[in-house]
Design a binder for this molecule. Structure first.
Ligand SMILES: *[C@@H]1O[C@H](CO)[C@@H](O)[C@H](O)[C@H]1NC(C)=O
Length: 490
């Protein structure tokens, strides 16, 4: 009998935010039959993949209800300068609608309460939806942060106000890159949550580039995390012991590392291009174990044409079997990357034909199906946290090639702190940097052939990640504590 309703709201725009939220809702409602979940959807047009995903989830998860919030007028262009700013304002505008939905759940009609006495146990907001904390407070509903990035980055976000002061005095703007650089070129940063000092070059672009409102929104949301009743993080203690400990110093709300929650079924379940996926898996079936490298830069990741050429040349030189997922840079700020129509046009003559002899070039891919295939031995990744957790789950070594958001810091953590990845280029900045074919080829060879320490660590982490969520594992127990609290609070 479902007695407790948990409500989720996640940042609109792309699947990278929605998938972990839905997976967590599914994980919670599977774990404890007293819970059901409502996921509040902020609909934005022309996201067919998001719709396909929701339809598939709704069909396969009877205890999750997707509730589409009514549309609002979009923010006017003079109110924002970045896509983050646009979406944050869009979320804020939904506050009255969210309040209405929760109010209705809190005050069921007589008929509803007779047939079904469900009580609202909590509202979960994600990292950029903190405006909804106000709604929870007004209605007296407990509110939790669901954080789908690592604990180390959560600790970093909580450190931002302190860092802000340090950047203001010790840093200056480099006129060429328009990024903040330390006045003392040798300066490194001590950030709680990391055991090693960080080179400033791995900080998120938004923090180093204060030109637009992206940084303002970062700081704004980070400042509100401590207003919640708890910080639920998609990670596990064994992976981020130091960072988790640094969050448990009494300064912050209770921390619940409940991961890794990964989408193992993945787009294979719902993506329209089923035939394309099958042909990839069939091709993998014909390869020897651990021989194939998989290159994928996430649902928002795209590289310049020059960079694609260098990768193509590097792949051809290395002669390592590969699957390469390519996306085209978006044309407008609010667009998502598209699929490349013709590589022939951007690559040197004959190179596409040569590459087709060693690997497969494709658009959207069933990532977890590929990482879980025994033919795959390495993953060149942007180090988005979902991808990292999937790769660790399957014990696939990572070559870190971060692009945006907190990915440079994730890459630093994986390469320097936990030694679970090799490096392509840690401080890569989209748009301004270029990794040449030779450097890429060297990274590929390190990934596929070298580094026994990384190999050993990845293997152990694969076991630890599975232990963490199995009965009595660290994340299993942590979720149990959270459930106890949710059930008491109502
Ligand atoms: C988990 O812990 C409980 C209580 O200590 C015990 O009864 C149970 O057998 C454990 N389960 C596993 C799978 O170890």
């Amino acid at each position: 009998m479902r007695q407790f309703e948990v409500i989720f709201i996640s940042f609109p725009g792309n699947l990278g935010n929605l998938v972990p939220t839905v997976q967590f809702a599914r994980h919670l409602t599977n774990r404890d039959p007293r819970f059901s979940a409502t996921i509040l959807m902020i609909d934005i047009c022309e996201r067919p993949l998001v719709n396909a995903y929701i339809h598939s989830c709704a069909a396969s998860s009877p205890h999750i209800n997707f509730h589409h919030l009514p549309p609002v007028d979009p923010p006017s262009p003079d109110q924002y300068q970045s896509s983050l700013g646009y979406f944050c304002l869009l979320v804020e505008k939904h506050r009255p609608h969210v309040k209405q939905v929760i109010t209705k759940l809190l005050n069921p009609t007589e008929l509803e309460s007779e047939s079904n006495s469900v009580r609202v146990a909590a509202l979960f907001v994600d990292m950029f939806c903190t405006s909804m904390i106000d709604v929870a407070r007004e209605l007296g509903v407990p509110c939790y942060l669901f954080f789908a990035s690592p604990a180390s980055f959560l600790r970093f976000m909580l450190h931002l106000p302190t860092l802000e002061a340090q950047l203001a005095t010790d840093y200056t703007l480099d006129p060429k890159t328009e990024l903040l650089v330390p006045k003392d070129p040798a300066a490194v940063l001590t950030i709680p949550g990391f055991t090693n000092a960080l080179p400033p070059s791995v900080l998120p672009t938004r923090v180093l580039k204060k030109k637009n409102d992206g940084y303002f929104w970062f700081l704004h949301h980070a400042g509100r995390y401590t207003e919640t009743d708890g910080l639920v993080v998609n990670t596990f203690r064994e992976l981020e012991q130091h960072a988790v400990d640094s969050l448990c110093n009494g300064e912050f709300p209770p921390v619940y590392p409940i991961g890794p929650i990964v989408d193992l079924a993945g787009p294979a379940q719902w993506h329209p291009d089923r035939a394309g996926h099958e042909s990839i898996i069939n091709w993998l079936d014909g390869q020897t174990p651990s021989s194939v490298v998989f290159l994928c830069f996430g649902s928002l990741g795209s590289l310049s044409v020059d960079q694609l050429r260098e990768i193509a040349t590097g792949l051809n030189r290395a002669q390592i079997r590969f699957i390469w997922s390519i996306r085209e840079p978006p044309k407008e700020t609010l667009d998502l990357p598209g699929e490349y129509k013709s590589l022939q046009e951007i690559l040197p003559d004959g190179l596409v034909d040569e590459l087709e002899g060693i690997g497969k070039i494709c658009g959207w891919v069933p990532q977890s199906k590929i990482l879980g295939h025994e033919a795959v031995g390495g993953f060149v990744s942007h180090c988005g946290w979902n991808s990292v957790l999937e790769s660790l789950w399957f014990g696939v070594r990572i070559a870190a090639w971060p692009l945006y958001a907190e990915q440079q810091m994730n890459a630093f953590q994986l390469v320097k702190e936990s030694k679970m990845a090799v490096e392509i280029r840690l401080e890569y900045r989209e748009g301004s940097d270029l990794v040449l074919a030779e450097e890429f080829e060297r990274g590929l060879k390190r990934l596929m052939k070298g580094d026994d320490e990384v190999r050993k660590n990845i293997k152990q982490t694969r076991e630890k990640s599975r232990m963490a969520i199995s009965e009595n594992g660290s994340s299993y127990r942590s979720l149990g504590l959270l459930i106890d609290k949710l059930a008491v609070n109502t």
